[in-house]
Design a protein around this ligand. Sequence first.
Ligand code: ITT
Length: 185
Amino acid sequence: MKLKVITSNPGKVREYQNSFTHLGIEMEHLHLPYDEIQTFQLEEVVEKGMVEIRKKGVTDFIIDDSGLFIDSLKGFPGVWSAFAQKTIGNEGILKLMKNVSDRKAEFKCCIGCDFGGETIIVTGICNGTILTTEKGKEGFGYDPIFSYDGKLSFAEISTEEKNNFSHRGNAVRLLISELKNRSLI
Ligand code: ITT
């Protein structure tokens, strides 16, 4: 079985491949740009994206919209995470958090999966903290500043370890259980 991962982000594909290998499901990276509507809900972005992709005749795919929600910044960058990463980057986020003692943050990942004509949408969450400096070389995006255990950043651990704790790993576990419930795998 093969699933297309439609994304501009090769880091996501690596994580999906790692999560699905044990099930014999192969991931194929497909770079197919689609409009991501501006809304406050990741789920809405995913729902609309799936409709757009199906209109192009593509089936058996995964898309994912993710965001980092920082408590002391009232949920920023949240649904603007891609824009904030491209503009102010991790350094800019750390500047905004200078001398801020409440470091709590939540990473969210909403996956939309089209398989066997069915639609499955699931959301995974990872609660953690924003570190005071960037750490590590693995991963991508906000990984060097996000910690799931208050010590290590996601950029200091392997893909496999990240999947054990991350928002995307948690979303994938929900997706796999739903695919099994519907006897699709
Ligand atoms: P696609 O929309 O093409 O899939 P993207 O990288 O723009 O790729 P998102 O909109 O879902 O993906 O992500 C918003 C931002 O959050 C973006 O800058 C990502 O690099 C970052 N991000 C998403 N998941 C992440 C993760 O697991 N670790 C670190 N940063 C992440």
